[in-house]
Design a protein around this ligand. Structure first.
Ligand code: ZN
Ligand code: ZN
Length: 550
């Protein structure tokens, strides 16, 4: 009996993770994170609950399809439950490595690089890697041979017919597998609502050519740090238009370095400069590739927008391009950043104004093509909220209309036990699933389910700084107040008084824009106060700033 359990990614976007069990062997595909809504203050990331893996005695291997955070962001947290190697392509592994080092778990696991069409055997499973195209290089789908038949898992994909690196989507292999017979297909549903084809990564070149031609000042492009194709396109244009390129923000610097080292990003000699040198060049000679396309408060673009970046400034002649899709939930934060930049007089170009972004996920026609290539006996839509999954199911039944026998469609959600045996497949009950909220300053988890992290609160308490500010001037109104719960310390009065002073200092040092921007100032107060309590008390209370405008 084959048991497949989605531990994340079905019924939500993000934290993709799927477990396959045959007998006493369990393997796991992907270990992603999901980013929380901004109102989950103090929570940096969310990963799937590991109880199921624990019950199975751990996984014999972890297989990663590609290097996006929603597929690898949870790896350090999953590693303790993995007994065998991590298999992934070289770029994916290179992006996992720094995460493991950060968590101090790099030595506890073997990273095994694989190439498309490689096959690895893990107990009763044989896994073959198949090249797919997506918004970053070195992505694969999986064909997992089980004693009952082959399961194809697409990972994230679109069909980019003009891939920048010449690594084509392996249509042939999918067709071969389809011809030989596939037991089940698990396919990406992200863009099922979009008509037609998604389009190649190279489609953005035209819009950027126009931007490079007309931009008279500094050019700042914010994109996902994993958008290595986008980086390559922009580096090439910069070279062509005689601009130097600086990577700004930790993720950009780290990923561009990894991609260059492994040969996925080529920068002509003399083109790259350091972020600290940006202001030493005439504005019209510089391109900055920055993090912060989602309006993240501590990112490079957010700091630049409020004139608080150490090295990069933006002014009236400059152009800022947001070369990314707004992830639902981030619209407000992005809007805020755009307002700040606009106030500095710079031109802001988004996806709505010019074609500066292409999705990495296939649209309806590509998803249909995948279905008709693979022709599975069972189809399970994955990666998406319930509406995308059910839409994908509907589309699949259109694709196979009139075909005999028609594939069975299983609409599963996180925690559903999908069971295959000689009688077929069915949903047979529930496995324990849930969400773990991660606080980036800690290496471990906080607790499960929304802000009710009892363990964290019980251990370290809750601290609520209450700050009153003048709505007009953004100035502090009186001394900040600090309310605590479950936080008992010796000399706590003195500690709280010093804490209030820290808050006052943060406020006085902040710019007007920062003070009057609740998202930014809250994040700053939270970070500073947390640092203060850690240093002074050795504890890490949960800090939830409250700002009152008077
Ligand atoms: Zn992806
Ligand atoms: Zn994904």
């Amino acid at each position: 009996m084959l048991e497949i359990v989605p531990l994340g990614g079905l019924g939500e976007f993000g934290m993709n993770m799927l477990a396959f069990t045959w007998g006493d062997t369990t393997i796991v595909v992907d270990a992603g994170v999901m980013f929380p809504d901004p109102d989950l203050l103090g929570v940096d990331r969310i990963i799937p609950d590991m109880t199921y893996l624990q019950q199975k005695g751990g996984a014999a291997a972890l297989i990663l399809t590609h290097g996006h955070e929603d597929h690898i962001g949870g790896v350090p947290h999953v590693v303790p439950f993995v007994k065998g190697p991590i298999y992934a392509t070289p770029l994916t592994l290179a992006m996992v490595e720094p995460k493991l080092r950060e968590h101090g778990t790099a030595d506890s696991v073997t990273l095994t690089p694989v190439r498309p069409r490689d096959r690895v055997a893990i107990g009763p499973f044989t896994i073959e890697f198949i090249r797919v195209t997506h918004s970053m290089p070195d992505c694969v789908a999986l064909a997992i041979e089980t004693p009952l038949g082959v399961i194809v898992h697409t990972g994230d994909f679109k069909i980019d017919q003009t891939p920048l690196d010449g690594e084509h989507f392996d249509v042939h292999r999918f067709a071969e597998l389809g011809a030989q017979g596939v037991l089940a297909l698990f396919a990406d549903s992200t863009n099922i609502d979009r008509r037609g084809f998604t389009g190649s990564e190279t489609e953005v070149v035209e819009a950027f050519e126009e931007i490079f031609t007309s931009a008279s000042g500094r050019l700042i492009v914010a994109a996902f740090a994993s958008s290595i194709y986008r980086m390559q396109i922009l580096v090439d244009l910069a070279a062509q238009f005689d601009r130097k390129v600086a990577f700004v923000g930790r993720g950009m610097m780290q990923n561009s370095e990894i991609a260059q080292r492994l040969g996925y990003l080529h920068i002509p000699t003399g083109v790259q400069i350091r972020d600290s040198d940006v202001m030493n060049y005439p504005a019209q000679d510089v391109l900055c590739l920055a993090t912060g396309s989602q309006g993240e408060p501590m990112s490079a673009l957010s700091r630049i927008a409020i004139n608080d970046h150490r090295f990069v400034k933006v002014g009236p002649d400059d152009t800022v391009v947001l070369s990314a899709r707004a992830i639902p939930g981030n619209e407000k934060a992005i809007g805020r950043v755009i307002n700040h930049i606009a106030r500095r007089g710079a031109d802001v170009i988004t996806e709505d104004i010019k074609h500066v972004h292409v999705s990495g996920h296939g649209s309806a026609e590509e998803l249909k093509l995948m279905l008709s290539l693979v022709r599975p006996r069972y189809f399970v839509p994955v990666h998406g909220e319930y509406r995308q999954l059910s839409r994908h199911a509907r589309v699949a039944s259109q694709v196979f209309r009139g075909r005999d026998p028609r594939p069975h469609i299983l609409l599963a959600e996180d925690g559903d036990l999908i069971v295959f045996d000689d009688k077929g497949a069915r949903l047979a009950g529930k496995a324990p699933v849930g969400r773990i909220l991660i606080d980036a300053t800690r290496t471990g988890e906080i607790a499960d389910e929304v802000l009710r992290d009892r363990r964290h609160l019980a251990e370290d308490g809750l601290v609520v700084p209450v700050v009153a500010i003048n709505r007009q001037t953004g100035a502090l109104e009186g001394m900040p107040d600090i309310i605590t719960r479950g936080f008992v310390m010796e000399n706590s009065e003195e500690l709280l008084a010093d804490g209030a002073r820290v808050l006052t200092e943060v406020f006085e040092q902040a710019s007007f824009e920062e003070r009057t921007d609740q998202g930014l100032i809250k994040e700053r107060l939270r970070a500073e106060l947390r640092r203060f309590f850690r240093k002074r008390s050795g504890r890490r209370p949960f800090v939830l700033p409250v700002i009152m405008e008077i």
